[in-house]
Design a protein. Structure first.
Ligand SMILES: [Zn+2]
Length: 247
């Protein structure tokens, strides 16, 4: 509709009136770079790309079937998050894990995971907790005990639901990245020795605290849960360092 003569020409531009094609393109790009990020990170976490390995952009493009720009964006983000190191004129390397960084990783998770649990207990909905219950119910203890990766996937899913329930995008992004770093350590040091079944078992009690809205209980349980996982990794790392030939 044309504005009547004499009416103010200023108007509020709503999102829907923004130039469409450009928006769609940007959106597609960002979702491709998100896809590239997730796929590359998964390969790094699961050690398909080992620490120190050299990554080549053209090979990654071929492997993922994703174009140059999204791959570059994904690599930049992985660089910022310490999964890779982009060294100008030398190449892209899968980041090593410095022992000194373990403490930083653990102390950050030790504060943020319980904090997310507290928020989740207050802000989460029945839908979150029903989904978490369903995720936990899929655990067949006998079958899962033989498959650490399946258990870890359940653990991860429970954490994701908790982060979503906490309803803070910045917290979610940070915890997602920290969990992935921690997951990578599990694959590096614990995959052969540890049984994450008890860790998944702990999520049952955490779920009950979250569902009942008990922020203190949820925070305490998650604090203990994260601490016991981290202690296990620390022990495994120490053992490995003392006996480098063992693994
Ligand atoms: Zn967990």
């Amino acid at each position: 509709m044309l504005p009547a003569v004499g009416q103010p020409q200023l108007r509020i531009v709503t999102g829907q009136e923004l130039p469409r094609p450009e928006r769609t393109l940007t959106h597609m790009n960002s979702s491709l770079s998100q896809q590239a990020y997730e796929q590359l990170r998964r390969r790094i976490v699961e050690l398909e790309f080992a620490p120190g390995a050299v990554l080549r952009e053209d090979e990654l493009r071929e492997l993922l079937g994703i174009g140059r720009t999204p791959i570059r964006e994904a690599l930049q983000r992985l660089d910022r998050e310490h999964f890779v190191s982009v060294v100008p004129r030398q190449g892209i390397f899968v980041a090593g894990i410095e022992v000194g960084e373990l403490a930083m990783l653990f102390e950050t998770r030790a504060v943020l995971e319980p904090y997310a649990a507290r928020l989740a207990a207050v802000r989460g909905s029945a839908e979150h907790w029903d989904t978490m219950e369903a995720v936990l119910a899929t655990t067949d203890p006998a079958a899962a005990a033989a498959d650490g990766n399946a258990l870890l996937a359940i653990d991860r899913h429970c954490h994701e639901l908790m982060w979503q329930a906490a309803d803070n995008r910045f917290l979610l992004d940070t915890l997602d990245m920290l969990y992935a770093q921690s997951d990578r350590l599990w694959h590096l040091y614990l995959a052969d020795v540890a049984d994450p079944a008890h860790a998944v078992g702990e999520h049952q009690a955490i779920l009950e605290a979250l569902r009942s809205g008990d922020a203190d209980a949820a925070g305490d349980l998650v604090e203990a849960h994260v601490a016991s996982f981290d202690a296990e990794v620390r022990q495994a790392v120490t053992a490995r360092l003392e006996s480098p030939l063992a693994g």
